[in-house]
Design a protein around this ligand. Structure first.
Ligand code: F0G
Length: 419
C-alpha cells in the first residue's frame, strides 16, 4: 500500500522531472509533473500524489514560513505573500479545563488571507505558472476562493470561483471580490460547485485549484512540519496528537503525507507520528461515519447543514488519502454540534484568539474526546484553528455580546454603567 508509513521509497520513474513526479495512490501509475495538466489518474481516476526522489530531514529546512520547507516541496520558491510561520499559542486556561499534559493552538487564521489555504496556493499558483495555464478556478465554501483570488492576483492571473449561494461568510466573499475574482454564486451546495468546476477543468476551461490538485496539498504539508518543529523546540518532543477540522480532508491528507515523508527519510520514528484526529460538524460528518464504521469508503451526504459553513461538505474528496492517515497514525474522528462549536469559539476568544466557527470544531472535538476517555490526560496536543474570526463576522457577532446604546454624554454613560 503506497500510503503506508512502512512503505518503501519507490523507484524513480522515467517521467520524473528533476526528481519530482506524480503517482496514482490506487494503481501506482506515474506521470511527468509539469508536462500537461492532470488532476487524477488516467487509468482508474485515482487521486494523485507528488513524489520525490529525495526526501528531506529536519536539517534541510532553513528560512521562514512555507518556503523554509522548500526541500519538501516541488520548487525552491512560489508566488508568495509570506504565508506560514503561524503562531502556536499557549492556552493555559483551556489546557487546564480540558485536562491534558499540554495544549497548543496552531492558528492558521494568521496567514495573509486569514486561512491555511495560502500555504496551498503559494505552491499551486506557482505550478499553474509553470504549466502555462490560463484561468484559475475553484469551488469553495469561501476560504479557498479568498486565497485563490489573492494569489492569482499576485501571480497576474485570471481567477474564477464558484460558491454555494447564501452559504459563504461575508469576509470571504469580500476578499474574493476585492482581489478581482469573477464570482459565480451557484444554486446548490459546495459539493455541486466542485462537480461543476471539475467538469470545467476536464473541458480545459480552467485550471483547478481545489485540494484535489495534488500540488496544493504539498504547501499544506508545512502546517505539520511547523507543528513538529514548534513542539520539539518548546517541549523537546513531538505532539502525541493533532486535532483538526475536516471538510474535504485535504489537511488531514497533507499532514499525513508530511509525517510519512519524514518517516521514510528517517527523520521521524513511526512511534513519534502524531495521532491525526479529525472533527466534523454533526450535520456534515461523512468522514466520521466512515471512521466509526471502519468503512473503506466514505458515503456522500447529499444534504448537509452546519453553522460552520467552511466545513459544510458532504463529499470529502480526499478521503482515500485521509482515511489511511487517520488509521495508520492511531487517530480517530468525531462529530460535534453547532452549540459545542460556538462554545469552543467563545473559549478561544476568552484567551484572546479569534477564530471562525469551523476552526473551533477542533477544540470542541478535543473536549469531547477527553471527556469520553479517548484522549488521555498525559497527552500533548495541538489543535488546528484554520480560519480567522473576521472571516465570518456575523457568526462572531452572534456568539458574542450585543452592543448597548447609550446617550452621547459622560453622565449618561456613567449612569448606564451603574445599571
Ligand atoms: N477550516 C476552514 C476554515 C476551511 O475553510 C476548510 C475548508 C476546512 C477547515 C476544511 O479543510 O478541506 O482540508 O478538510 N474550506 C474549503 C474552502 C472547502 O472552500 O474554503 P479540509
Amino acid at each position: 500500500m503506497s500510503l503506508s508509513l512502512a512503505a518503501a521509497q519507490p523507484e524513480v520513474p522515467a517521467e520524473a522531472d528533476d526528481g519530482v513526479w506524480l503517482e496514482c495512490i490506487e494503481c501506482g501509475a506515474t506521470y511527468a509533473p509539469f508536462d500537461e495538466v492532470r488532476y487524477t489518474c488516467d487509468e482508474d481516476d485515482g487521486l494523485l500524489e507528488v513524489r520525490y526522489a529525495e526526501l528531506p530531514t529536519f536539517d534541510d529546512f532553513e528560512g521562514h514560513g512555507v518556503w523554509r520547507y522548500a526541500a519538501a516541496l516541488p520548487f525552491e520558491e512560489g508566488v508568495t505573500t509570506q504565508e506560514g510561520a503561524t503562531p502556536l499559542y499557549e492556552v493555559p486556561r483551556i489546557e487546564a479545563g480540558v485536562g491534558v499534559e499540554a495544549l497548543r493552538i496552531k492558528h492558521e487564521g494568521m496567514n495573509p488571507t486569514g486561512s491555511f489555504k495560502d500555504r496551498g496556493m503559494t505552491v499551486g499558483v506557482a505550478v499553474a505558472k509553470e504549466l502555462g495555464v490560463g484561468r484559475l478556478a475553484c469551488a469553495s465554501t469561501g476560504n479557498t476562493s479568498a486565497a485563490l483570488a489573492a494569489y492569482g492576483a499576485r501571480g497576474g492571473m485570471e481567477t474564477l470561483v464558484l460558491l454555494p449561494a447564501g452559504k459563504v461568510a461575508a469576509g470571504k466573499i469580500a476578499q474574493a471580490s476585492l482581489h478581482g475574482a469573477r464570482i459565480l454564486e451557484v444554486d446548490g451546495n459546495f459539493d455541486a460547485c466542485l462537480d461543476i468546476v471539475q467538469e470545467l477543468a476536464a473541458l480545459g476551461e480552467v485550471y483547478l485549484l481545489n485540494s484535489l490538485n495534488p500540488f496544493r496539498l504539498e504547501g499544506q504539508k508545512t502546517i505539520g512540519l511547523e507543528i513538529l518543529e514548534g513542539f520539539q523546540h518548546d517541549y523537546g518532543a513531538y505532539p502525541d496528537r493533532i486535532v483538526l477540522p475536516v471538510g474535504n480532508a485535504g489537511n488531514t491528507s497533507a499532514l499525513y503525507k508530511a509525517f510519512r515523508e519524514l518517516v521514510h527519510s528517517g527523520a521521524l520514528d513511526r512511534s513519534e507520528v502524531p495521532k491525526l484526529t479529525g472533527v466534523q460538524a454533526e450535520g456534515a460528518a461523512p468522514m466520521v461515519e466512515a471512521v466509526e464504521n471502519g468503512a473503506e469508503e466514505v458515503r456522500r451526504w447529499e444534504s448537509v447543514e452546519t453553522r460552520a459553513t467552511a466545513i459544510r461538505i458532504g463529499n470529502p474528496v480526499n478521503a482515500p488519502k485521509a482515511l489511511p492517515g487517520i488509521r495508520e497514525t492511531g487517530g480517530t474522528a468525531i462529530a460535534v454540534s453547532d452549540e459545542e462549536i460556538t462554545d469552543a469559539q467563545r473559549d478561544l476568544a476568552e484567551e484572546g484568539i479569534g477564530v471562525e466557527p469551523a476552526s473551533a470544531a477542533s477544540l470542541a472535538g478535543l473536549r469531547k474526546l477527553r471527556a469520553n476517555g479517548v484522549v488521555g490526560d498525559d497527552e500533548r496536543v495541538a489543535c488546528l484553528t484554520t480560519g480567522h474570526l473576521l472571516k465570518d463576522p456575523d457568526a462572531a457577532a452572534a456568539a458574542g455580546g450585543d452592543p448597548e446604546p447609550v446617550p452621547a454624554d459622560t453622565d449618561g454613560v456613567l449612569e448606564h454603567l451603574q445599571e
